[in-house]
Write a protein that binds this ligand. Structure first.
Ligand code: 3Y8
Ligand code: NAP
Length: 249
C-alpha cells in the first residue's frame, strides 16, 4: 500500500496536491505552520515541524509513508536536508519538485549576493526606499540597516517590527505585474530585495522593477542536498508510477 507525503508550501506543491487528489492517490500534505491561515488542500493536511530528521523518519515509519516529494521553497533548506536524511534512514523514495532559479534578462539591473547576510551588508550606505520582499522570518537581520525607508510585504499582520522606518502591505501571492507596478510606484521604490525563489508566484516584482528601471538585490539560493529533482507535476506522477504507485484510472 503506497502513501505519499508532500512537503508543501509552494505554488508547485499545490498543483501537485490537486493532481494527486484527482488521481485518488493516498497522500498527506504537510505545512510547517508558518502562517495563520495556510491555503486549504484537497488532501489530508498536517501542520508543524516533525522534530528534525529523526522526527521525520519516525513520522515516515509510523504513518507507512512509502514516497516523499519535497516541494518546499528553495530557501527551505533545513527541511530539504532533513528530508534527504530521513528518507535514506527510513529507506523510502524521495524526489524534489523544484523550479528553476530566475535568471537576469535584458533590461534587468541585478546585484547578486550569496545570502541574506550578504544582502544586509550590501544595504550599507545612504538611505533609500527599499521594497524588502523577503517575508517576515529574517526581518531582524535587516535591522542592521535602519536608515532605509522599507516597504514590507507580509503574509500576516505583524506583531512588532524591528525596522523604525517602514510600511507594511499584508498580502499573500501569487502576485501580478499590475499590482506590483502600482505598489512600487506608490512607494517610490528605489531598490527591490528578493530571494531567488524561482517559479511564477513571486516574479512579478522583478518584471515591475525592470519596467521601472529599478535595481534588484537578488539573493542566491542556499545549498540543497543532491537528490532526484523533477520540474513538473507530470514528471512527479511519472516518477510515482515508475516506483510502484498505482495512479488509479
Ligand atoms: C506557509 C502557504 C500558492 C502558493 C503561494 C511560491 C509562491 C506565493 C512568493 C514577495 C515574496 C516569501 C514568502 C512567498 C511566496 C508563494 C506561495 C510564496 C514570498 C505561503 C504559505 C506559507 C508561506 C510561508 C512564507 C514564509 C515567507 C515566504 C512570504 C499558503 C503563503 C517572502 C518567500 O510570515 C511568515 O512567517 C512567512 C514565512 C516562509 C518567507 C519568510 O522568510 O518570511 N513564505 N507562504 C507554509 C508552511 O507553513 O509550510 O498559505 O499557501 C505560500 C507561498 N508563498 O500558490 O498559493 O510558491 O513561492 N512566500 C520569498 O520567495 O521570498 C513572498 O512578497 O514578493
Ligand atoms: P526551513 O527553514 O527549511 O525549515 C525549518 C523547520 O521548519 C524544519 O526543520 C521543519 O521543522 C519545519 N518545516 C519546514 N517546512 C515544513 C513543512 N512543509 N512541513 C513540516 N515542517 C516543515 O523552512 P522555512 O524556510 O521556514 O519554510 C517553511 C515553509 O514555508 C515550507 O513549507 C516552505 O515551503 C514554505 N515557504 C518558505 C519560503 C521561504 O522563503 N523560506 C517561501 C515560500 C514558502 P522540524 O525540524 O521540526 O521537522
Amino acid at each position: 500500500m503506497s502513501h505519499l507525503l508532500i512537503l508543501g508550501g509552494t505554488t508547485e506543491a499545490n498543483a501537485l496536491s490537486k493532481a494527486v487528489a484527482e488521481k485518488g492517490i493516498t497522500a498527506t500534505y504537510s505545512y510547517a505552520g508558518r502562517v495563520d491561515n495556510p491555503r486549504p488542500q484537497p488532501l489530508p493536511v498536517r501542520v508543524g515541524g516533525f522534530g528534525g530528521a529523526e522526527g521525520l523518519a519516525r513520522y515516515i515509519r509510523d504513518h507507512g509513508i512509502s514516497h516523499v516529494v519535497d516541494a518546499t521553497h528553495p530557501f527551505a533548506a533545513q527541511m530539504s536536508h532533513n528530508a534527504y536524511r530521513a528518507c535514506s534512514d527510513a529507506g523510502v523514495s524521495l524526489a524534489a519538485l523544484t523550479r528553476a532559479a530566475w535568471v537576469e534578462q535584458e533590461g534587468d539591473q541585478w546585484q547578486r549576493v550569496a545570502s541574506i547576510d550578504a544582502a544586509v551588508a550590501a544595504l550599507n550606505g545612504a538611505d533609500k526606499r527599499v521594497f524588502l520582499a523577503v517575508g517576515r522570518m529574517h526581518l531582524e537581520d535587516f535591522a542592521a540597516q535602519p536608515q532605509h525607508h522599507y516597504l514590507l510585504r507580509l503574509v500576516d499582520e505583524p506583531n512588532e517590527l524591528p525596522l523604525p522606518n517602514c510600511e507594511v502591505v499584508v498580502s499573500r501571492g501569487p502576485f501580478s505585474l499590475d499590482d506590483d507596478l502600482a505598489l512600487m510606484k506608490r512607494h517610490g521604490t528605489e531598490l527591490v530585495v528578493s530571494k531567488n525563489a524561482g517559479g511564477t508566484g513571486a516574479r512579478a516584482k522583478l518584471d515591475a522593477a525592470r519596467a521601472l528601471g529599478v535595481p534588484v538585490l537578488m539573493i542566491d539560493r542556499p545549498a540543497l542536498p543532491q537528490r532526484t529533482e523533477l520540474s513538473s507535476v507530470a514528471q512527479v506522477l511519472d516518477w510515482l508510477s515508475h516506483s510502484g504507485v498505482n495512479l488509479g484510472v
